[in-house]
Write a protein that binds this ligand. Sequence first.
Ligand SMILES: [Zn+2]
Length: 67
Amino acid sequence: MAVTVAVSSSQVMEMKNIYCCKEHVEYGLEEVINESEVPPKLEEVKEQLPTVTCEYCGQLAEYIVSN
Ligand SMILES: [Zn+2]
């Protein structure tokens, strides 16, 4: 009986950055956890960055959640 071996493609570490405001930091954290199942990194948006907005409400983003 032939056995089909599923060859899993090498795990691709997709970098994900979610910009969010104070109010939606938890949304971003949850999204990263759900998708990558690793503890997310939380960084403050540096002043040098161009203006970025929250992905959830469009306000000025204050944090970057990444994996
Ligand atoms: Zn927001």
